[in-house]
Design a protein around this ligand. Sequence first.
Ligand code: C2O
Ligand code: CU
Ligand code: CU
Length: 454
Amino acid sequence: MRYAVGALVMPVSRIVRADPAANEPGLVELGIEAGESRVDGDSWAGWLYTYNSQLPGPVLEARSGDTVRIRLLNRLGEATNLHFHGLHVPPTGAADNGFLMVPPGEVSNYEFRIPANHPAGTFWYHPHVHESTARQVSRGLAGAILIRGDLDAVPAVAGAPEYILVLQDLDLDSRGYPREPNMMERVTGREGNLVTLSGTFNPTIAIAAGGWVRLRLINASASRFYRLKVEEHAMAQIASDGGPLPSPQYLDELLLAPGERAEVMVEGTRTPGAYRVLNLPYNRGGMGMMGAFRGTEVLASLVYDGNADRRIALPERLFPFDALPQPSRRRSFVLGQGMGMGMGMMGGTNFSINGRTYNPNRVDTQARLGDVEEWEFVNPSMMDHPMHIHTNSFQVIDASGGVQTAWKDVALVRAGSRVRVRMKFSDYAGRTFYHCHILDHEDLGMMGILEIQG
Ligand code: C2O
Ligand code: CU
Ligand code: CU
């Protein structure tokens, strides 16, 4: 299925907006039903995996300090579960427990508390079932999590219309049925032929001349990278994966690897009209196979509508950023394709970390609660691997040994390069995961278990 560029312009109301639920103070309750449904978009239709029959799933909105209760009913024909990507909550019990599986027809009740000092920001939930994660997510299972806090009170931010843009690429045949990728496509990382933003193809984002919009971007695609650009407009990035940046970063383009999030402010400073939001070409490796040399795509249109009553400046400083102290331990993780040596350039169809493919019964890394560690991901392969760590966000060390001033939970380790990240194992003991967020790579074994010992 191919779509003409700009063939249809959808009204803004189609974008999923946060809907403050009628909950008791301090408690957020949500019922989620995972199932298969036919979803009718405005210009497309497909048979998808859905949460509450919608694409994407309902927005989960909470404040730091809130208790979150989710009742997950599995109406799929296969096991599923929920992972709360980026949240600093326990990886155990009824919380963010990736070992917990919900068989078909069964219910699981999740409950956890967002710590009082949890950063505000944009997070997301999706299933985490080894060997099925890519299929379940690429068929539609994803939803936004918004943690409200200090960032939401910054005047230019508070006054701006907010758009939650869950970036999903669906792979549908001409009758709207999901297509299963072949092994080559899984090795490269599957990409779909229909890109939707919160369920809408080429939505319109309305902006007032002289005003701001706030875009919450979530890359919920299994493998697709987004190199985003708004024609003739700079993006002021105010938050990354793990919450607010210390100051707005003005960017012409923004690369979002699978799993990553960014919050950007765009100001209506140009001649009123329509401007395209583009996904520029990006080569993530994979030897020229699908996705690697894709052309520019149009994702959305920024359309001027009315005038802002007054201009509100974005502050030069947002919130203080504390660099983590020197690590007490350093480790190295070599990302590989194929087990053992001598697999050659094609590398086989297994993916590994330090020569081992994922085994749910093996702890790969043991760390101590309260410790600061520095991990180096080494990628000698010909494909990019966006590496993700659960439970604790990290800081990326730059080439000169300094710390990049952003909290992240996905670090893009480009083909042939290495990346160091520093994190502190705070608050929660238990077993948790680290893996490549190209979800086919995770399913094919590029995942390890970290045990944090209390
Ligand atoms: Cu978003 Cu372990 O994943
Ligand atoms: Cu995660
Ligand atoms: Cu990978």
